[in-house]
Design a protein around this ligand. Structure first.
Ligand SMILES: C[S@@+](CC[C@H](N)C(=O)[O-])C[C@H]1O[C@@H](n2cnc3c(N)ncnc32)[C@H](O)[C@@H]1O
Length: 212
């Protein structure tokens, strides 16, 4: 997602209530911090549409949005308007997840991640093994990874890769919006692809328990 650099972003993010300024201090205590038994994390929240809508739809779940781009994150946080107990935001790169979380996340969402189509940029995909090995360490034992995209090549790559990385597949759909799914929010991003008539691919994976 490309946006113009916002001069006000750094200062704004540094004082916004919804932004967790020192997530490393909460490691191991997110349930208590958010006062919720169940915690979901969206990685690559972009301008925050999915994170905001889902946290409004599911108030009993703690929703953490994460975005590495400062200006994009500032848009997301500004859009969230009010701070809600079940909505928090981390502005940083997903490679730092292990500094912030123990095995305490119930579900991770990759909603319309950047496809990085060139072979030399494969490692940047959020479904690459460098990331999924981290996801396994911050997910609870039966934790889930939810993925949605309009990009068939990214979807194929991700399904094969995520299954290799120690997840099982629970749900798979190659035209998710063929039927109505009121339980899942449609971000502006997704709506744009739906308007073009693109099928939406979706899969839900479950972490396979490691043998001791
Ligand atoms: C296409 S946008 C996401 C749209 C949003 N999830 C939605 O559904 O509306 C992808 C976002 O992922 C962010 N991103 C990509 N790699 C990331 C990483 N390693 N850590 C954190 N954010 C990342 C990008 O900066 C970009 O804003």
């Amino acid at each position: 997602m490309r946006v113009r650099r916002l001069k006000w972003a750094e200062e704004f993010l540094g004082s916004a209530e919804v932004v967790v300024q020192s997530p490393q201090d909460i490691k191991g205590n997110w349930n208590t911090y958010m006062n919720r038994e169940c915690i979901h994390l969206e990685i690559g929240s972009g301008k925050g549409d999915y994170w905001i809508k889902m946290s409004d739809m599911y108030p009993d779940i703690g929703w953490i949005g994460m975005e590495r781009n400062e200006s994009v994150a500032a848009y997301a946080v500004k859009k969230s308007e009010e701070a809600k107990e079940n909505r928090k935001f981390i502005q940083n790169e997903a490679m730092h997840l292990l500094d912030y979380f123990d095995k305490e996340i119930d579900a991770i969402h990759l909603n319309f991640s950047d496809p990085w189509p060139k072979k030399r940029t494969t490692k940047r995909r959020l479904s690459h093994g460098n990331f999924t090995s981290i996801y396994k360490q911050i997910l609870k034992d039966d934790g889930e990874l939810h993925m949605k995209t309009d990009n068939s090549a990214l979807f194929e790559y991700s399904v094969v890769n995520i299954l290799k990385e120690g997840f099982s597949i629970e749900e798979l759909c190659v035209d998710f919006r063929r039927e109505t799914h009121d339980e899942d929010a449609i971000s502006e991003y997704e709506q744009k692809f739906m308007n073009k008539g693109n099928p939406i691919y979706r899969a839900v994976f479950k972490k396979v328990k490691e043998e001791n």
